[in-house]
Design a protein around this ligand. Structure first.
Ligand SMILES: [Zn+2]
Length: 356
């Protein structure tokens, strides 16, 4: 009798500790989460309130992906959002490249960055137009290791402000459409032939993009660097691991590259799972969702629910899943609770600061 009771008690204890080790799908609304890669280009934003319904806070990234004026107007919108939602919201600033060839471009840019940081931005973003699109007055493509950026990046290093960077593109970008790994890449590069580098062999190669970034990071070894979109190394978790080993002050966000993770999970789930566990302090959850003037709150919330619940299922459970991004069925990673808490919250606070 005693033995049966003991056995019962120990089984119950094991069950309870197993339950505590992992989150379930039902835990989703109760866990405090941050989407560390979000965009708002809408003066009347409802994103923060909608995100709060799902217990998400937002880190919103300003990007120089249109004209310079949008950098300024987005900065105003984000600053307003910050003042409205002091605890739920952080944002990055960025700088534009207009007047690049002027002698005082660097000084003016540093003053702009300083004024944004003073107003509350937590980080500075650079985008893929550096390396892929923007040219100086001689028609030469400006790469990220250009000496003109040196004093900006050393200024950020001194201030301990992270540089968040989308540099280069997925490796698919340099392949023909029918050889690309994910359907979202096939769709994006079909509709953006200007960024489909397979069609532009005159522009720097994938390897040149990655090498320019590494040269810049070696020049600035103390700079905190957050690589968007798995640092454009999405095609191989081993490559991301190597990058993180080489650069101890670097982290990556997962935004817009879930298809590549699903693809590798389908091929070798343990390898992907081990990567997440080994680098649990250096991976930030983010989506790259964007709210624009034309986005209705209903559409935005529908997309939030769709992507956020899909990713939660993939990361916390081992459910069999399918995705429109790839063909075939794969199982979720079922990461331990402490890893989930880091990816979804602690790492963003640690790497960017804010949210207090
Ligand atoms: Zn983005």
């Amino acid at each position: 009798m005693k033995l049966t009771l003991l056995l019962f008690l120990s089984i119950s204890l094991v069950t309870i500790s197993c339950q505590q080790e992992y989150y379930s799908l039902e835990d989703y609304p109760d866990v405090s989460k941050i989407d560390a890669h979000f965009h708002i280009y809408n003066g009347e934003s409802s994103a923060v309130e909608l995100a709060a319904k799902d217990n998400f806070r937002l880190l919103v990234i300003n990007t120089f992906s249109a004209e310079c004026d949008r950098v300024y107007s987005a900065n105003e919108v984000l600053n307003k959002e910050k003042r409205l939602h002091l605890d739920n919201f952080e944002y990055t600033t960025t700088f534009c490249l207009d007047n690049w060839d002027d002698e005082n471009w660097t000084n003016k840019t540093i003053s702009w960055i300083d004024s944004c940081l003073e107003e509350g931005a937590v980080s500075v973003k650079v985008w893929k137009n550096i390396g892929m699109e923007f040219r100086d007055k001689n028609g030469k493509i400006v790469m990220i290791d250009h000496p003109k950026f040196d004093s900006i990046f050393s200024h950020l290093t001194e201030l301990k402000i992270p540089l968040v960077a989308h540099l280069g593109e997925p490796r698919d970008c340099w392949l023909p459409i029918d050889e690309m790994v994910t359907s979202n890449n096939r769709g994006y590069f079909t509709s953006h032939p200007e960024y489909h580098m397979y069609l532009h062999p005159e522009l720097p190669s994938y390897e040149e993009q990655m090498m320019a970034r590494e040269r810049m990071m070696r020049k600035n070894p103390e700079l905190t660097f957050i690589g968007c979109h798995l640092a454009s190394l999405e095609w191989s978790v081993d490559e991301i691991a190597r990058f993180l080993d080489d650069f101890p002050n670097a982290a990556v966000d997962m935004s817009a590259r879930m298809g590549n993770l699903f693809y590798q999970t389908l091929q070798d789930r343990e390898r992907v799972r081990n990567f997440f566990i080994s680098y649990q302090d250096r991976i930030l959850y983010g989506t790259d969702m964007a709210e624009r003037e034309s986005t209705s709150p209903e559409d935005l919330y529908a997309r939030m629910q769709r992507d956020w619940s899909r990713d939660w299922e993939y990361l916390v459970s081992d459910n069999p899943m399918t995705s429109r991004f790839i063909e075939g069925e794969f199982n979720g990673l079922k990461l331990p609770r402490q890893v989930i808490d880091k990816i979804y919250r602690h790492n963003t606070i640690k790497w960017y600061g804010g949210f207090d």
